[in-house]
Design a binder for this molecule. Structure first.
Ligand code: AMP
Ligand code: MN
Ligand code: MN
Length: 323
């Protein structure tokens, strides 16, 4: 289904205006775009007297505790009666984790997202794969509704956009991305504080985990592919959590010869979460689609239910096809 994005915005705004109790949920493994979008939209809707419930689908990494109003994000509770459910930065139904039940319970669903692999599961789909971050779409929605963007909302949107563009560095960054960021800076956000929290805040434990994980680095295809592994043993030995691997995959992509960086995370013995990044020309969303995953051209993921070395072998078989 191809939607006219402008009319989807209008229909979404009508639905929001006509409903009172609104649920907004995170995706599993929530990231800066996801959390920033939820808090920005949630707080904007409270300003127009909506009763807003922000639900988490997973634990929130502690490095996001600086986000204004982060404590408003609560545990999933399906006893709450909702009139409208909004999914943000959620490419498909399963990414909602336990909050997926709301899709069956509630008729009015607004799906706001920028993943190329989005399945348009909403009754209204504000989906634009040209948006660098879901936060950009939230900015447009709030602006179109005429809600004043205060400093807290602006900080959350800035966090969204900065997170998904690698601080305005990745290919998805457009002139519009910079225009929105400029508007947010004009609103007086503390950009330096956000940047320190996002990019200069790595704990010593996390750094020690990085050292261990980097020791697993292997290269393939003339050093164009770099693969690293994180096992449960490594986490236990460095007293770290899986969320502490955030950012390490960028380090692999930054290697001069590397086009594809792969991170294999051992969640359980036969439950391997794969993250993939590319630099210039490979579509990693397409590679991950072979394993029922997806994402963006330059950043994608999937899960493989095999032991970690077998998962690596399977991924390499698919990567081989692109070279
Ligand atoms: P990650 O490597 O987990 O940071 O994910 C990179 C991108 O791929 C994000 O935009 C995710 O939404 C997407 N992604 C990660 N895992 C999956 C999955 N299992 N299915 C679909 N999309 C995914
Ligand atoms: Mn996300
Ligand atoms: Mn995103």
């Amino acid at each position: 289904m191809i939607n006219n994005i402008e009319s989807e915005f209008d229909l979404g705004i009508d639905l929001i205006k006509n409903n009172k109790n609104i649920g907004i949920a995170s995706h599993v493994n929530p990231d800066g775009d996801n959390l920033g979008s939820i808090l920005a939209l949630g707080n904007a809707l409270e300003k127009i007297n909506k009763k807003v419930f922000m639900f988490k689908s997973d634990d929130i990494p502690t490095n996001f505790s600086f986000l204004p109003n982060i404590d408003k994000i609560m545990d999933y509770d399906d006893t709450i009666e909702l009139d409208l459910f909004i999914a943000l930065d959620v490419s498909d139904e399963n990414r909602l984790g336990k909050n997926k039940v709301f899709l069956e319970k509630i008729e009015n669903i607004i799906n706001i997202d920028h993943h190329i692999s989005n399945t348009n599961f909403g009754s209204i789909n504000i989906v634009d794969s040209n948006a660098a971050a879901t936060g950009e779409l939230v900015y447009k929605l709030i602006s179109k509704m005429g809600i004043i963007i205060d400093k807290d909302i602006a900080s959350c949107i800035y966090t969204s956009i900065s997170s998904d563009t690698g601080s305005f560095m990745y290919d998805n960054t457009t002139s519009e991305t910079h225009e929105i960021a400029a508007e947010l800076i004009k609103l007086g956000i503390d950009k330096s504080n956000i940047n320190i929290n996002l990019y200069q805040n790595r704990s010593i434990q996390k750094t020690k985990l990085f050292i261990k994980v980097l020791e697993t680095l292997k290269f393939y295809h003339d050093n164009k592919v770099g693969i690293i592994q994180v096992t449960q043993d490594m986490l236990n030995n460095s007293n770290a959590k899986m969320e502490d691997t955030e950012g390490i995959i960028s380090f692999i992509r930054e290697i001069d010869s590397v086009e594809i960086a792969v991170l294999l995370k051992e969640i359980k013995e036969e439950d391997i979460k794969v993250s993939m990044r590319s630099k210039k020309y490979v579509d990693v969303a397409e590679i991950c689609a072979n394993f029922d995953g997806g994402g963006h051209i330059r950043a994608a993921g999937c899960t493989i239910n095999q032991p970690i070395n077998m998962a690596e072998k399977l991924i390499l078989e698919q990567i081989k096809k692109v070279f």
